[in-house]
Design a binder for this molecule. Structure first.
Ligand code: NAD
Length: 328
């Protein structure tokens, strides 16, 4: 029996798979290794996992393909992290989101139903909150005005999960991640792009004139939160769960409870690179939100989630990894 990790070649998926292997679990990882960003990075993450422990099996394949999922070996639980990520790409390539985040989510729910898994943990996103001034974001708040198709697809994924938890009584936990960063991170995200530019002496584009705040979450804290959630399936006891479900379905924010100015991020990157960043102030981009801030009270209470890593520790850790990986 194994734990299925979808998106196992992705940033968060590879870290989660590694942590599960480290505690002696058997893991089946699936990923279609698509070219949204350089697949060489996905292969490099996988190479580490394959080298890490004998308990890892990798299946190259698409989660939207029912036959591929039906052919998987025995699984007890699912950590579903595969998705088409990225807010801005959803403006250029909306169908990628329909394929992976809607059809893919449905096929994972069908897999959970047909295999009667003990728990399905799936990734949602802080983007479901939209551009709201009600801070911090609480999972009890309404989140039905998405400002990007990515956000809409993640909210749709939560609603699809709710219907399956209700109909088939499968325990499910949705995790709304807040700007996750760290070693082996994603090249489309600000920390990677800014670090590349600082090291190349190029100006950094700061949108909305730099007046952006993000609740940045270090990958190790997020992995600890995912494993804690996996170990605590919500009970089917009729009590209202975080997020409002009366079924066995809980939704938590996993963030850092500490929104930071993008300008502070840039200063830390500059210090870690030993270079003075050059800044290019630009207008707000469509689909973006000005601030994110996670209310992590319910995750602290129910999961023992306790993020420990401030940007001042996490950014130098990323930059050191990046320079090693990119040889710059
Ligand atoms: N990183 C963040 O800051 C963040 C924030 C909020 C939510 N999330 C969510 O967390 C999850 C993991 O994100 P990540 O940062 O690791 O992204 P990622 O892009 O690095 O990982 C996702 C992986 O899924 C794979 N994938 C995509 N579509 C697939 C499909 N149809 N079939 C099989 N594999 C497929 C990709 O190849 C990729 O390796 C995603 O669901 C994402 O929406 C991430």
């Amino acid at each position: 029996m194994a734990i299925l990790v979808t998106g196992a070649a992705g940033f968060i998926g590879a870290h989660v798979a590694r942590a599960l292997l480290a505690r002696g679990e058997r893991v089946i990882g699936i990923d279609n290794l698509n070219a949204y960003y350089d697949p060489a990075l996905k292969h490099a993450r996988l190479a580490q996992l394959v080298g890490d422990a004998p308990g890892f099996t990798f299946v190259p394949g698409d989660i939207a393909d029912a036959a591929t999922l039906a052919a998987l070996g025995d699984i007890t639980t699912i950590v579903h992290l595969a998705a088409q990520a990225g807010v801005r790409h959803s403006i250029d390539a909306p169908r990628d989101y329909g394929h992976s985040n809607l059809t893919g989510q449905l096929e994972i729910l069908e897999l959970a139903r047909t295999r009667r898994v003990a728990h399905l943990v799936y990734a949602s996103s802080s983007s479901v909150y939209g551009d709201t001034s009600a801070l911090p974001f609480s999972a009890e708040a309404r989140a039905d005005r998405p400002v990007s198709l990515y956000a809409a697809s993640k909210k749709a994924g939560e609603l699809m999960a709710e219907s399956y938890a209700h109909l088939y009584r499968i325990p499910m936990t949705g995790l709304r991640f807040f700007t996750v960063y760290g070693p082996w991170g994603r090249p489309d995200m600000a920390l990677w792009r800014f670090t590349t530019r600082v090291l190349a002496g190029e100006p950094l584009p700061l949108y909305n004139g730099g007046a952006m705040r993000r609740d940045f979450s270090f990958i190790d804290d997020i992995v600890a939160g995912v494993l804690a959630a996996l170990d605590r399936p919500p009970a089917d006891d009729g009590a209202e769960k975080p997020g409002g479900s009366l079924g066995p379905h809980a939704v938590y924010n996993l963030g850092n409870d500490r929104p930071e100015q993008l300008g502070d991020l840039v200063a830390l990157i500059g210090a870690a690179c030993g270079r003075e960043p050059r800044i290019d102030l630009l207008p707000m981009q469509p689909g973006d939100v000005t601030a994110t801030w996670a209310d992590i009270g319910p995750a602290r209470r129910d999961l023992g989630y306790d993020p420990k890593t401030p940007l001042a520790i996490g950014v130098p850790a990323f930059v050191a990894w990046y320079r090693d990986y990119s040889s710059v």
